[in-house]
Design a binder for this molecule. Structure first.
Ligand code: SF4
Ligand code: SF4
Length: 319
């Protein structure tokens, strides 16, 4: 898709979004709507909390609306509207599945998505290998061509709910999903280097700032294991051992829960590309249990569910 077409697509979506926000506030369906406003720096956006029609003027929706707003839902206990790209909607579905959020308290304005960009114009991490272009959960959907579809209406058309559905995406955008390079790792391409050296090379860059944890929808424990002092999980020296504990611990906590938004990689100030570990676990969950995080809020997270027919592999695998 040409750049100008992409711009036009977001313009259409932004216009519809403003109308939907106005309607939501008028109808009292949300005390606040979580959306995006332009940032001070070029090619950036910041979260916008819309509480009144006056704030709708600041609304922005373009290819730099990368931040996942879902985490703000946990701080907002009232009725909340939210602008949700597919990965954001998957995070919301996980919050519902993990009993962190009541479905009736959130009104989801789903945005069909063609991929977001980094500030330098390159495709954002996560978007490179994304295959979910329609949010699997929404109350109203704004398609790439600006068409607005209510949830019931969408279901009635018989269209699939976005799960790996490139047909819907292609029909609207006239192109296939993004197949950009993502550090040489995507689901169709086996990991080329699973070695300890690769792991250590990435960890070497890590400064243990925990920005990846803060950006991840899935890290919401009131006190992270890394911040605990009784017992302390790491030494005060931020050496390789501490980095390993953090990244392996985080990978285990995210096992089967990662919604592939790429936020962790995008916010890293040191360019650490460790997401391949979590992606590997995601692939495992998909292959073995047919599970993909956030595709169905009614489904238990795969490692929180017990099914006696499950294959006994994984930690117990002996071969
Ligand atoms: S681990 Fe990274 S890619 Fe996965 S949900 Fe968290 S921030 Fe997104
Ligand atoms: S954001 Fe980057 S540097 Fe900071 S803890 Fe995460 S991987 Fe390490």
């Amino acid at each position: 898709m040409e750049l100008q077409d992409r711009g036009k697509m977001h313009e259409c979506q932004e216009k519809q979004l403003a109308g939907i926000c106005r309607k939501l506030l008028d109808e009292g369906k949300g005390d606040v709507i979580l959306a995006y406003a332009g940032g001070e720096i070029e090619n950036s956006t910041i979260p916008l909390f819309i509480r009144g029609c006056g704030e709708i003027e600041r609304l922005k929706y373009d290819e730099y609306c990368y931040p996942n707003l879902a985490k703000y839902l946990l701080e907002n206990k009232g009725k909340t509207g939210i602008v949700a790209k597919p990965c954001d909607a998957r995070a919301i579905a996980m919050y519902i599945a993990e009993n962190q959020l009541a479905r009736e308290n959130v009104y989801i304005i789903g945005m069909e998505c063609n991929g977001m960009k980094n500030m330098d114009g390159s495709l954002a991490p996560g978007c490179c290998e994304c295959s979910v272009h329609v949010p699997p959960l929404f109350d109203v959907l704004v398609k790439c061509n600006g068409e607005v579809v209510e949830r019931e209406q969408y279901t009635n058309t018989g269209a699939p709910a976005g799960y790996e559905d490139d047909a819907v995406f292609n029909a609207v955008t006239g192109e296939s999903g993004n197949a950009g390079d993502d550090n040489g790792v995507n689901e169709d391409k086996p990991l080329e280097d699973k070695s300890l050296e690769r792991f250590k090379k990435e960890l070497d860059k890590c400064i243990l700032c925990f920005a990846c944890r803060q950006a991840c929808y899935g890290c919401y424990c009131p006190v992270c294991f890394m911040d605990r002092t009784m017992p302390a999980w790491i030494s005060t020296d931020p050496g390789m051992g501490a980095k390993m504990v953090y990244h392996l611990g985080r990978a285990m906590h995210l096992a089967g829960r990662c919604v592939e938004c790429g936020a962790c990689e995008r916010v890293c100030p040191s360019g650490v590309k460790i997401r391949y570990l979590i992606k590997e676990i995601n692939s495992f969950c998909k292959d073995v249990y047919g599970y993909r995080a956030g595709m169905n809020p009614g489904e238990y997270p795969v490692l929180a569910a017990f099914n006696k027919d499950d294959k006994e592999i994984g930690f117990l695998r002996s071969e």
